[in-house]
Design a protein around this ligand. Sequence first.
Ligand SMILES: C[S@@+](CC[C@H](N)C(=O)[O-])C[C@H]1O[C@@H](n2cnc3c(N)ncnc32)[C@H](O)[C@@H]1O
Length: 477
Amino acid sequence: MEDSIKKGQEIELDIETLAYGGRGIAKADGFVVFVENAIPGQRVKARVYRKRKGFAEARALEVLKRSPEEVEAKCPHFGECGGCRSQNLDYTAQLKYKHQQVVESLERLGGFAKPPVFETLASPDQFYYRNKMEYSFGRKRWVTKSEVDKDVVSKPKDFALGLHIRGRFDKILDLDTCFLQSPESVEILNFVREFVLQTGIPAYSTKDHTGFWRNLVIREGKNTGERLINLVTAENPQHDNVVEELAAKLTEKFEDTTTVIQNINRKKAQIAFGDEERVLFGPGCIQEKIGDLTFQISANSFFQTNTKGAEILYEKVVEFADFRNDEIVYDLYCGAGTISIYIADKVKEVVGFELIRSAVRDAKFNCRLNHVENCLFVTGDLKDSLKVSLENSAKWGTPATVIIDPPRAGMHDNVVQGVLKLQPQKIVYVSCNPATFARDAKALCLAEYELMRVQPVDMFPMTPHIELVSLLERVED
Ligand SMILES: C[S@@+](CC[C@H](N)C(=O)[O-])C[C@H]1O[C@@H](n2cnc3c(N)ncnc32)[C@H](O)[C@@H]1O
C-alpha cells in the first residue's frame, strides 16, 4: 500500500487508536497513517497532506461512521481551536488512551518491557480547571469554517484575540467562548478585545515586529478567588496611558481582579514573558492554596495550571517517595518551591534548584508564608548548578531522594550524570512529556536504577497533554 498512497489523495480509514499528541492512527493495508481531527472507532474520509518514510499524515474531511466513544463537543470553536482537541472523546476514553500512550512511549522509546504503569487518575474538574490562560493578540484572524460555509466574513480580518490555530503560529482564532479557565476569564477576554479595538492601536505582528498588543494572560487562584491580569505588550511609552486606562476599567468592572500588570516584551519571540514589569494595580502577584498551604505566584513563575489536579499529583509524589523524616531531599526544577514546601514537614531538609530568579524569590517568600524553615534554594541552570552542588553536597548532606520535575524537554545529559553521581536511593520523576521521560528513565535505568511505578495523572482534560509521576529505585550491586 505504501506506494499507492500519494500526497493529496483522499482515502477512507478506520481509526484504531490515538497517538500521543492527539492524532488518530489508522492503517491503510498495513501502512500507518496519522490522522488529524479523528478519534478511535471512527471511519473517516481523509486527505493525505504529507508522506514520509514508513508513514503518512492525513486530515479527516468527513466522519463516515461515528465512534462508540464519541460525544458531543461542548465548545462551538471545537475542531478549529488549538486549545481542546479531545472534546468529542468520552472522558473515560481520554484517560484510557493517555495510559496507553505512556505505556507505548516507555516500550518504544525507553526499551522497557511491560512498564509498570497504573491507570490514569482523573482530574476532579473536566472543564474550567485551568488557573492560567495565555491568550494571544494577532493581526491575522483565522477565518472560521462557518464564515467560509456561509460566505460571510463577520469581523475584521486584521485583528484577533484568542488562541492559536493548531500548528499555525501566525493565525489566531478570535475566541468568544472557552471552557478552560472560567466564565469570567472569557468575559475579560471579550472586554479587552472591545477596548483594544476602540483604541485603534494595532496588535503586534511577528512578521514585521511592529504593533503593540501581544498577550493577555489571566491567572486565577481557584481556592482563593484572587485574579491577576497581565497585559503583555511591545515597548511604547506613548501608550502607557491607554494601558493604565484599560487596567482601571478592568478593576472597576471585574471586582475579583486583585492585580493588573503590564509586561513589556522587547523580544521578537512571541512569548508572554516580559523584560520589564509595571504593576498597575494591586500587589503584582496572587496567592493560591494547595491543601493547607498558600503560595504566592507572580506573572512569570511556573505553577501547575490545574490546582485541584496538582493536589493529586503532589500527594502521589509523597506516596511514591515514602519519606523518612530524617532525610535530605533535592527538588530539581523546583519553580516557586511548591513541591519543596509541600514535602517540607515530612523530611529534614529540602534543597530546591531553579533557573528563574523570580521563581526562586517566590519560593523563598512561600517558605516564610507557610512558616517553613528547612528549605533552601539554588538559582541557576541545573546543567551547571548541579555540578557546583555536588561539590557543596558535603555541606548540605547527600540526598536520599531526588525529585525531578523538568520542562517538556526533559533533563540535560549533565543533569542525568549529576543525579547519577549523587546516588540517591529514590528518584521521583514528575513529567509532562512521556517521550522525554522515557528517554531519561532509560538513561537512569541503564546506569543503576529500576523503574518501579508510573502513575499518569490527568492535569489537562480535553487536551492531549499528559502528566505523570514515577518512582525509580537504586539497584544495589
Ligand atoms: C515543570 S516546571 C516544575 C515546577 C515545580 N516543580 C512545580 O511543580 O510547580 C519546570 C521548572 O523548571 C525550570 N527550569 C527550566 N529549565 C531549567 C534549567 N535548565 N535549570 C533549572 N531550572 C529549569 C522552569 O523555570 C520551571 O520552573
